[in-house]
Design a protein around this ligand. Structure first.
Ligand SMILES: [Zn+2]
Length: 155
């Protein structure tokens, strides 16, 4: 009787993101993409989730904040015109690199010791500039998309 399909074959696939099911979402506490459980939906849209890792309840974010597909590296000094708002991090970055020599950035490595106002190039984050040197081997680096605290001088 192999020619008869099993009943399960006729059932519509379970819609993804139903209340109570798992969904990949940005955790506002863990600050990373993690599996969450859907808590609430509005008009078919997931609105509230609970993190399976830290159990914090928060709004549903399908992706990390600021992860829009604007990977094109803008030349320093270019000004985006029109209605698009410049992200705060980009503004901080532009201010930070003003009057600075960014032509010879040092490759970022945790073992390297960096100085304030030093231009660095990071494999993932791109061009950045050291805006602050903190105690215990930490530096604050302003990148175009975000300001990050990085380790240095581990060598
Ligand atoms: Zn979490």
């Amino acid at each position: 009787m192999e020619r008869y399909k099993k009943l399960s074959d006729y059932q519509a696939p379970k819609p993804k993101g139903q209340v109570g099911t798992d969904i990949d979402a940005w955790c506002t506490r863990c600050k990373r993409m993690l599996t969450h459980t859907v808590l609430a939906k509005t008009e078919g849209r997931t609105v509230r989730v609970v993190c399976n890792t830290c159990s914090s309840e928060h709004k549903y974010y399908p992706e990390p904040p600021g992860s829009r597909r604007t990977t094109s590296k803008r030349k320093t000094g270019s000004r985006s015109s029109g209605s698009k708002k410049i992200p705060a991090a980009a503004r901080v970055f532009e201010d930070a690199i003003r009057d600075k020599d960014m032509s010879k950035p040092a490759a970022y490595h945790p073992n390297t010791t960096f100085e304030i106002d030093q231009a660095i190039i990071h494999g993932k984050f791109g061009l950045g500039i050291v805006t602050e040197v903190k105690p215990r081997g930490r530096i604050v680096v302003s990148f175009e998309d975000a300001v990050r605290v990085m380790v240095h001088a581990r060598g």
